[in-house]
Design a protein around this ligand. Sequence first.
Ligand SMILES: Cc1cc2nc3c(=O)[nH]c(=O)nc-3n(C[C@H](O)[C@H](O)[C@H](O)COP(=O)(O)OP(=O)(O)OC[C@H]3O[C@@H](n4cnc5c(N)ncnc54)[C@H](O)[C@@H]3O)c2cc1C
Length: 552
Amino acid sequence: MKGPPMTSTHEVFNQPPTLAGYDVAADPAMLDALRREGGGWAEDGVRELGRLAGSAQAQEWGRQANEHPPVLRTHDRFGNRIDEVEFHPAWHSLMTVAIRHGLHAAPWRDPRPGAHVARAAGFYVWGATDAGHGCPISMTYAIVPALRHAPELAGRFEPLLAAEEYDFGLRPPSTKRGLLAGMSMTEKQGGSDVRANTTRAVPAGDGTFSLTGHKWFTSAPMGDLFMVLAQAPGGLSCFLLPRVLPDGSRNAMRLQRLKDKLGNRSNASAEVEYEQAAAWLVGEEGRGVRTIIEMVNMTRLDCVLGTATGMRTGVTLAAHHAAHRTAFGRRLADQPLMANVLADLALESEATTMAAFRLAGATDRAAGGDEQEAAFRRLALAVTKYWVCKRAPAHAAEALECLGGNGYVEESGMPRLYREAPLASIWEGSGNVAALDALRALTRQPGTAEAFFAELDQAAGADHRLDQAIARLRKEVSDPSEGRARYLAEAMALALQGALLVRNGYPAVADAFVASRLDSASSFGSGGAYGTLPSGADTAAIVSRVTPQILW
Ligand SMILES: Cc1cc2nc3c(=O)[nH]c(=O)nc-3n(C[C@H](O)[C@H](O)[C@H](O)COP(=O)(O)OP(=O)(O)OC[C@H]3O[C@@H](n4cnc5c(N)ncnc54)[C@H](O)[C@@H]3O)c2cc1C
């Protein structure tokens, strides 16, 4: 017997196409900055990596690596300790591409001018696939300047840290084709105040030290070499600790458990027990903070770059959605209020990208011996790390909302961005610590303030609103009391972003940024929601710079 015909209600319309098959590196702010900061020679490689990052395959790796997070295997089936972390194959694919492209070390292998900028561009575009694997990539990049405080160890391990080979697994470092590094500082009783560390380092009599203690956070514990802080007889010191000893036996580094984290789920972060683990001293005994800060300073640059990537990804997804979705008879992108929101998100993203690349350029020139750039970087990195990381969670939340309910659903990729967003502000110097660090540079290293203001002065005369903001800032920094550290860091970061945009940015972006963030006459100050650009902002031109084109 025939029943009534089925009526299909499942017609899909007014939904955007999947955003895959696009060029992540088709990013005018990034490409201009890459060339301006001396990395233009790397453009072809960055574009190639950008197309790979925007491919359906790489986007899928990012999804899988996060939906199948790492698993800790403490013991084998017979009860022997193995302390290994197991990853989904997608993680290994992401790591392989990152390492083949030298994102973990290319500037150390080939320190030509612009090398740190080129590497920054690669890190920025490839990060659009997944933020989590950026952690071991970043720490491997960052360990080298600290390791050079022990020339013999650097001679032994630097070539392997810089090798473009991803060689996962527990084997003696010198027998591997490539190495990964980690950092083990934070203890239960205090992470910011590392001087309170209780892990002890006792000379073993053979030139090594024996480390005993517990670390509350050690990310990427499947790495090969770790920079560890511990109390030696001469005070807090920095040590290089291999996971496998040169004779092939396991070092006494026990992974207790992995953290169940808000985001960053593709990456493993462990609690670690060292039980008389063997390690080599790096730098002077008792000067551990001074040594490891060299590593922290490099990872802070990646906090800024990673935040720039997160913002760019968020606004790209939002602009893509709004370009294809209609509501109340018009494309969302053409609704004046949505255009304001998208433009505001876009200019925050461009300002962050420009600051990140200016800092990558300063890193490059400082590595080449430019002291003025080193002084600029010292202060500018602290204020930028503080400010852009603070802006990230609100940016991700607003980008998510542009997709409406779809943005709250995991498949959109937005929840992953949102959960990741607060992290860069916490590690490598949490918000207050970063702001206080900026204050320390400002008050104790006057050369850093001179270099910082010299940078701002290069924009003098181009925009009277910026000129007035910089004049106000000069007065503000004359009261560097601790309770004002956030206020000052924010003001300095905004002035820097404004100056960079006015000098080198896209005019509509620069104008709207200064009008909304620095013009005391027209703005109600910071803290407002995104989407509050004053009338006159060329929102269509700004949004077109972040709207992706599906190419294949
Ligand atoms: C996912 C993840 C991965 C991590 N991976 C690593 C790793 O690989 N290796 C590692 O060593 N650590 C790692 N950490 C730890 C991280 O670096 C610390 O959490 C961070 O440094 C803060 O230390 P804490 O958690 O002990 O907080 P605390 O130091 O107790 O700080 C708590 C709060 O107090 C504020 N504060 C501190 N001092 C002051 C002050 N003087 N004035 C005002 N405010 C202050 C801080 O800004 C912060 O907001 C990781 C953390 C996370 C979340």
